[in-house]
Design a protein around this ligand. Sequence first.
Ligand code: UDP
Length: 242
Amino acid sequence: MGIAYRRVLLKLSGEALMGDLNYGIDPAVVQAIAQEVSAVTASGVQMAIVVGGGNIFRGVKGAAAGMDRATADYIGMIATVMNAMTLQDSLEQAGVPTRVQTAIAMQEVAEPYIRRRAIRHLEKGRVVIFGAGSGNPFFTTDTTAALRAAEISADVLFKATKVDGVYDSDPKLNPTAKRYQTLTYSHVLTQDLKVMDGTAIALCKDNNIPIMVFDLSVRGNIHRAVMGEPIGTVVGGFCEVS
Ligand code: UDP
């Protein structure tokens, strides 16, 4: 089996960096992710990463506690930059050249987001980490991942999570829950399946970007996903009759 995808947008949630902690970043987990990304990029795959910030701050939570929602969302976006820089450090220690680009200007620590420059970095074999979400409040990093995937013409969006795909019911509560091998975007939207938020799914649908959902905690899964192995659920990427 050869490499199935040449340019990948990997979405890492903040929680993915948290490991078993309740808050923040587990350095061992980030190092493990960096090792996997290193192995994949060494085989010539171009990789861009969008990181979340839920391990540090979520705008919705701040708003629920009485904060102004937009302000809380900006804090959430800044939280993602901490994750982006942590990941950059680990990747560079693993020998992978990287650039962080942020959607909110922070030139002392990262490049601003410039689409054409991001693509050039990828072509040169650098991993580009997109921080600060989309730069807009009321959005999520899932939607950012779909947006950046479209902008850089990624072949696929990898949604790396804590479960090994999308199920017809909660596998933790229902032992007979069935995992979908493939799903249409429409099915995800109409059934409100928890893959990514609706805006992200709609963006992928409009731009025909397949989404691969898989378990990040299984070592080697990023490589398996790049090889197109059926380790999770693939949304879209085939002809859809709607
Ligand atoms: N956020 C935002 N606009 C964006 C992306 C993120 O306002 O384009 C804020 C929002 O408050 C969100 C927080 O950043 O709660 C962290 O991102 P997210 O919740 O998507 O992270 P994840 O769930 O992937 O860890």
